[in-house]
Design a protein around this ligand. Sequence first.
Ligand SMILES: Cc1ncc(COP(=O)(O)O)c(C=O)c1O
Length: 404
Amino acid sequence: MALTETNEMNPNLSKLKPYPFERLAQLKAGVTPPAGKPHIALSIGEPRHAPPAFVIEALNRNMDGLAAYPQAKGVAPLREAISRWLERRFGARLDPEREIVPVSGTREGLFSFVQAVVDPAEKPLVLMPNPFYQIYEGAAYLAGAEPYYLNTTAATGFLPDLDAVPEEAWKRARVLFLCSPGNPTGAVMSREYLAHALELADRHDFIIAADECYSEIYVDENSPPPGLLEVCHQTGRDDYRRAVVFHSLSKRSNVPGLRSGFVAGDANVMRDYLLYRTYHGCAMPLPAQLASVEAWNDDAHVVTNRAYYRQKFETAIEILSPVLDVTLPPAAFYLWPAIHGMDDETFVRRLYAEQNLTLLPGSYLSRDTAAGNPGSGRVRISLVPDIEECREAMLRIRAFVESL
Ligand SMILES: Cc1ncc(COP(=O)(O)O)c(C=O)c1O
């Protein structure tokens, strides 16, 4: 029999779980929502504010770059712009030659990073928050590692409780994923929390992969979320050992289609990661690299972007708080309310059936553990459409909850 008929391909593929949006499509199948109401999707975390005109112009201006193969390392002006941004934003000075690698969006970066740093022979663990961005888990499985879930609940301040991880798990830990600000919770890790994570990384010899792709979407203009490199720098750890961060222009600059992000930190790790990437073959096209330079160089558009989200949070909380347990998160663009008296799938399905509005069931973003599924009984509301559509959506959610 042919290989393709026997399912003898990479056995790790069979460990991958259905993607949350596949499950959502199945949940909605066969439901006919009211025709009079246009559909509103608050399920996907895809930014929908307009991309900055100057980034589009830079892209157009540099289209002749399509005539050349881009290199995995990225052009020096991009790595230098990123280095300047890291210094402006986090006070950390990274060497653009050795400590920064551009990636085609953090999704690709998070995935490929795990492939590069995991030795499957060690039967390693990849620790991750639960709920989590699904790529962490898929990357772990496909690298031959085992995911280990750290529940984030209201009781833990929506952060993983690192002190509750047993010694045996730390012994096998190769990578610890942190996500701050968190998706879906919006929770932000303090400097003390990050410093503690670094101590644990030293004690047990693992790498911290800090997904900070929401770091520029925060509520209080005077208190930007701290970053892992910032804490390294403040604690005199200027070699960033065992620390690697992931950043993206998708949320910061509303260009999810540009596929532009970077990975930065520990030079030894970055050297091996760059070697891996030479084969992985996801170098960012040159026009995208040059447009990214302009995006990283400008902070004004990011301030404006935050103001839009702030406005939407205010509207959403004003409309929903009388009927739902909504609290303003410090960052990111999600609400993560607990719903009472109904499971999250039923809530989402009925809301779609009655209001033609789609949310994501919390349990689709998290896994069952011995202590339960930390996403069940919650829904994720993405405040990505414009303010008017968000207002209309909140009124529909409120009407639905009131009708129950
Ligand atoms: C937590 C988290 N990390 C990473 C990503 C990937 O973003 P991108 O690949 O656009 O940089 C997302 C996208 O939704 C996300 O929510």
